[in-house]
Design a protein around this ligand. Structure first.
Ligand code: BV8
Length: 246
């Protein structure tokens, strides 16, 4: 596909680049996007219903098992060419900030060094009462397991709907977005806030905003470029063109 020369030259001269990714960048690794129909056992639930503290309080076993099922699915998947292209992009620009809404840990698996996880990570668990990460617990038959310190229920270390994002992480993401020269929005429906607001911070900071998504989103008409492309295909082609003639 044709990549505008102006975008390549802007990337070559960019001092700082910020990237926001969503479930779409993991789609080609086989991880269903957040809004794909939940399959099988989970078909009758919508993520918005299960990914809330109320749902966990109401039915901790159901919510724990939904995440255990997702964790098991994510455990065996590999990063794809889109994740790898972002590792290369990080090497090519002086200041690079990778911000993700994903909880699958695939950016780190691909080799990205500094990843801002706005919504947590499905591989980490924490105590529901103390709100601190729990590394391990006694393997009792109880589901969800109990915190070894206080006996409270253990939950995934994930930001649910209605919960605040980790303050320091979001502040760093917000700052990087507001001051970058180029901002990428990759594989996200741009529906969930405050993450979706980062692209607008970039726009008001004067950044060139580039969207990569086979589907249109509310950002598509605001972005400087909106490519109807799959991340795993488009990103490697784009990144390959950057080193070229300076
Ligand atoms: C907050 C972790 C306030 C969970 C997630 C009413 C009540 C309560 C809150 C609200 C409300 N109304 C609005 C809100 C705010 C709410 C919100 O924005 N809701 C939306 C639905 C309107 N936000 C919150 O609740 C946030 N917290 O506001 O707190 C507060 C403040 C202070 C103190 C206390 C409280 C918390 C939001 C975080 C929720 N957690 N994830 C889990 O994973 O189980 S959100 C979840 O959905 C994802 O993490 C992601 O962030 C979000 C959107 O998903 P996407 O990643 O975009 O994926 P999606 O499937 O939607 O789209 C995939 C895209 O990829 C598609 O566009 C597709 O075309 C594209 N694609 C497909 N294939 C490819 C591709 N692109 C490229 N290449 C491909 N190959």
């Amino acid at each position: 596909m044709a990549i505008p020369e102006e975008l390549i030259s802007r990337l070559r001269s960019a001092r700082s680049v910020a990237v926001l990714t969503g479930a779409g960048i993991s789609a080609e690794s086989g991880v269903p996007t957040f809004r794909d129909a939940q399959t099988g056992l989970w078909a009758k639930y919508s993520p918005e219903e299960l990914a809330t503290p109320e749902a966990f309080r109401r039915n901790p076993k159901l919510v724990w098992e939904w995440y255990a099922w997702r964790r098991q699915r994510v455990g065996s998947v590999k990063p794809n060419a889109g994740h790898v292209a972002l590792v290369r992009l990080e090497e090519l620009v002086p200041e690079f900030t990778l911000i993700t809404q994903n909880v699958d840990g695939l950016h780190q698996k691909a080799g990205s060094r500094h990843v801002l996880e706005l919504h947590g990570n499905i591989r980490r668990s924490k105590c529901f009462d103390e709100d601190v990460v729990v590394e391990g617990w006694e393997d009792s038959k109880e589901v969800p397991p109990r915190c070894p310190r206080c006996g409270g229920l253990i939950r995934p270390d994930i930001v649910w709907f209605g919960e605040a994002l980790p303050e320091r992480i979001f502040a760093e993401a917000e700052q990087a977005s507001a001051k970058c020269d180029v901002f990428f929005s990759i594989g996200t429906s741009s529906l969930v806030y405050p993450a979706a607001g980062l692209a607008y911070s970039a726009l008001s900071g004067g950044a060139l905003v580039v969207e990569i998504n086979p589907g249109a989103t509310s950002l598509s008409t605001e972005a400087s470029y909106s490519f109807r492309e799959a991340a795993g295909k488009f990103l490697p082609e784009l990144v390959r063109k950057i080193p070229g003639k300076a």
